[in-house]
Design a protein around this ligand. Sequence first.
Ligand code: DGY
Length: 348
Amino acid sequence: EVWNPNGKYRVVSTKPMPGTRWINLLVDQDCRVEICTQKKTILSVEDIIALIGDKCDGVIGQLTEDWGETLFAALSRAGGKAFSNMAVGYNNVDVNAANKYGVAVGNTPGVLTETTAELAASLSLSAARRIVEADEFMRAGLYDGWLPNLFVGNLLKGQTVGVIGAGRIGSAYARIMVEGFKMNLIYFDLYQSTRLEKFVTAYGEFLKANGEQPVTWKRASSMDEVLREADLISLHPVLDKTTYHLVNKERLAMMKKEAILINCSRGPVVDEVALVEHLKHNPMFRVGLDVFEDEPYMKPGLAEMKNAIVVPHIASASKWTREGMATLAALNVLGKIKGYPVWGDPNH
Ligand code: DGY
């Protein structure tokens, strides 16, 4: 699909993206916009090289693509100076290779913070109250009357939510769980962010002033402390060499038998094989997963686990957010072409 065929700058999007605002932005600034409409969900490096062609000023790409040395070399040969991932995470992008070939890299932080936090909260509630299992039970025609023991789950109020990685998304999630469900908070953040402390302290004061039990918070000195103490744990680190398999067999064993684990960050943060084993042996342990180690696949056994809720990487999938991500990605590429600042450009 081509917009503004005579535009001076050629910008390629490897996928159709929501809305038209991002297209208009580029077209208004003299770009020819080419959108790949191939049916294939995940494009190979060869597919993308063909899209880049001989002349390309910038590319908007997706987290499913492998943006390494080969693609940045191809983009640079085509005269390209800008690449933006339509995602906040950029573990699929080799930033050093981009630097080497003089290509600026952008990402799309901010617009997906609340949307992602809301999905993490939805998975938390669904796991705590066994909503997916109960829904399947109803649809299977198995409900034959109210029973005291039917789908008994956890009350979140008064339990402890553990957050690993308290950046933008982790902090937004913590706020939802603390304020919405009056959970106590324990968190671990490598960068020692203080934004959560201020919020929970003020909220605790507010509850006290209204004669309610105040919530408590604690900044853990290690991740293991969070895993041992929390009833519900949500993972929000970036994926890099240091966070690969951060939650492994040993760490799963540290967690409470009836804990809930949520992952809306990146699949490889959790050792999925170890997780399946843990789920098999601990029926009261529950997980809510938006991401998987080898997307689009799940490790054998996971799909059969009643104590797992699995959704297909949809944490940022609200209309407003996805349009915002597309717009930011377009602005990143346009910015570099036109000489404006680029979000997330490590050289900026
Ligand atoms: C991201 O932005 O990194 C998410 O995984 C997709 O929105």
